[in-house]
Design a protein around this ligand. Structure first.
Ligand code: JFZ
Length: 336
């Protein structure tokens, strides 16, 4: 209840991190600039075959990854918590997992769990740690769902017109490898076990941030929710499954609600600093530091939280533009 939400309501400001194999594509597939959607969607937008996408992980080697520095930057910007994509829709686990070979330890030359040292850094700096986990949508683990984002008959996808006809008749999938097992099997053998791992192996986990409940059933949602008992104080958002699974917090995306929309719920606006969640080389549409600070003030004054995104580069560093903005926000925090 209220006691569990106390730290969250006082936090006001957190860091969102979208990171995975998609960072390597950085919005470009075979010379084609992705036309729609965030760069973390490139596999789906461009209908990249499973084997080809997985081959890209063989070059995923973030040798400059320094989680201590990441968390210190968050801390100095005045952030109180951090939520990282433990697994986004591309299904790539940034952690050691026994439930799928499609993870950083087994499928990349880096070969080490990325979340362990991040959890340690969070403990060191007193920053609460949360995991984003794409529970239903998964384009690489067979059986996972694939949202047919922006796809209708007669409205060709500029990123993959060739293969739209196939996705229309295959529930959004584009590669037969994605349909070798059922959705239920995916939930039971990948999703549930991985959530269990995430809630067991990294100490205190403050937040579980579900996303895109495509194909979710009440049965699957109940199994996932059951795992939350492993972290009695955990806070969740409203994206496990709609309806019936409201979670604790609402998640307006890329926008700050008006007073009239707030209706006494806990809410958190998640937002990008430019136009993409995952790293994209060509996106220079950066919001100014002034705008970001004004957003924070606006949100805080309305009782919400601001979850501001960083899309790290494939080498493990933050884009310079993001670092500059975090510093500017931190400087403002010190005098206010
Ligand atoms: C989802 C993801 O597909 C996206 O890649 C990113 O992770 C973002 C934070 O979440 O996108 C959504 C999910 C929900 C809405 C919009 C985009 N929504 O409810 O309006």
């Amino acid at each position: 209840g209220k006691e569990r939400m106390k730290w969250w309501t006082e936090a006001r400001f957190g860091m969102f991190i979208h990171w995975g194999v998609y960072a390597q594509f950085a919005g470009v597939y075979k010379g084609h600039e992705q036309a729609r959607g965030g760069a973390e969607w490139i596999m789906n937008r461009c209908k990249i075959p499973v084997a080809e996408y997985q081959a890209a992980a063989k070059k995923f080697n973030p040798v400059h990854y320094n989680p201590d520095e990441w968390v210190r930057m968050a801390k100095e910007a005045g952030m109180k918590y951090l939520i990282i994509t433990a697994k986004h829709h591309d299904g790539f686990a940034l952690f050691r997992t026994a439930a799928s070979k499609w993870n950083v330890v087994d499928a990349s030359p880096y070969g080490r769990d990325l979340l362990k040292p991040l959890a340690e850094a969070c403990r060191k700096y007193g920053i609460k740690l949360g995991f984003y986990y794409s529970q239903a949508q998964d384009w690489n683990n067979p059986g996972g769902s694939a949202a047919r984002k922006l796809m209708r008959e007669g409205w060709p996808n500029p990123d993959s017109a060739r293969i739209d006809a196939y996705t229309l008749t295959h529930k959004g999938h584009w590669d037969p490898a994605q349909e070798t097992v059922s959705f239920d099997e995916y939930i039971n053998k990948v999703s549930v076990p991985q959530v269990k791992e995430l809630l067991s192996n990294y100490g205190d986990i403050a937040i579980l941030w579900w996303d895109t409940p495509t194909n979710m059933t009440d049965e699957a949602a109940l199994k996932l929710q059951e795992q939350l008992k492993l972290q009695p104080h955990i806070i969740t958002n409203d994206r496990l499954k709609r309806p019936n699974f409201p979670g604790d917090t609402k998640t307006p995306e890329q926008k700050i609600p008006d007073f009239s929309e707030l209706d006494g719920k806990y809410w958190e606006t998640c937002m990008t600093m430019n136009g993409t969640w995952g790293y994209r080389t060509s996106d220079n549409n950066w919001k100014s530091s002034e705008t970001l600070i004004q957003n924070l003030i606006d949100i805080a004054s309305k009782g919400g939280n601001y979850l501001l995104n960083i899309g790290p580069k494939p080498d493990g560093t933050f884009p310079k533009e993001s670092i500059d903005r975090l510093k500017a926000i931190g400087d403002w925090m010190k005098v206010n």
